[in-house]
Unconditional design. Structure first.
Length: 179
């Protein structure tokens, strides 16, 4: 390596990564060794560049649903319920609700009897939360509400996917209750 070339080695690395240095660039154009060195550094830089692509949204949802089924979700804590007052056990209630805790948030779950079965509705607190019910991911609407319908009350069990993990919500009247 020539003495003059030594003063440009560090500067050529900076040029390879996009810095403007007219003196170093001029030297590389006039010196075959430094020109080759600059080309090698640029090749390494290009090879080291990582191409990142966003996964398709439907693939992300499917992967989360599979993961939710693969690990055992922790049961949600039931804070309160209008179940007994609504008369569900007697089979004559049209609607009731439960307050549950999942992922550090309190969520109100509404159950409503319809011709096709039981409609379940809840509002997710923020983006990044999902509901997995009836073997599929239930997409929230623009306001964050998720609704699904089960043919019977035992089929209303679902899993909430929150940023801190999966939380199971058993059918009304089952599981843990603090009342």
């Amino acid at each position: 390596m020539k003495r003059a070339c030594g003063q440009f080695r560090e500067r050529l690395i900076a040029v390879a990564f996009g810095s403007a240095d007219e003196e170093a660039e001029a030297h590389a154009r006039s010196c075959p060794d430094c020109s080759r060195h600059l080309a090698e550094i640029q090749d390494v830089r290009r090879a080291a560049t990582v191409l990142t692509l966003d996964a398709p949204a439907d693939l992300i949802v499917a992967a989360k649903a599979i993961a939710a089924g693969a690990r055992a979700p922790s049961p949600c804590k039931r804070i309160s319920s209008t179940l007994a007052a609504a008369g569900v056990r007697a089979g004559d209630a049209a609607a009731f609700q439960e307050l549950i805790e999942a992922g550090g948030e309190r969520l109100r779950v509404e159950y409503r009897r319809e011709e096709s079965g039981w409609s379940v509705m809840l509002r997710l607190p923020t983006e990044g939360w999902e509901v997995f019910a009836l073997d599929s991911v239930c997409e929230p609407d623009a306001d964050g509400y998720v609704t699904f319908t089960s043919p019977d009350l035992p089929g209303t069990a679902f899993v909430i996917l929150s940023p801190d993990g999966a939380h199971s919500v058993g059918p009304p009247g089952g599981g843990s209750s603090d009342n």
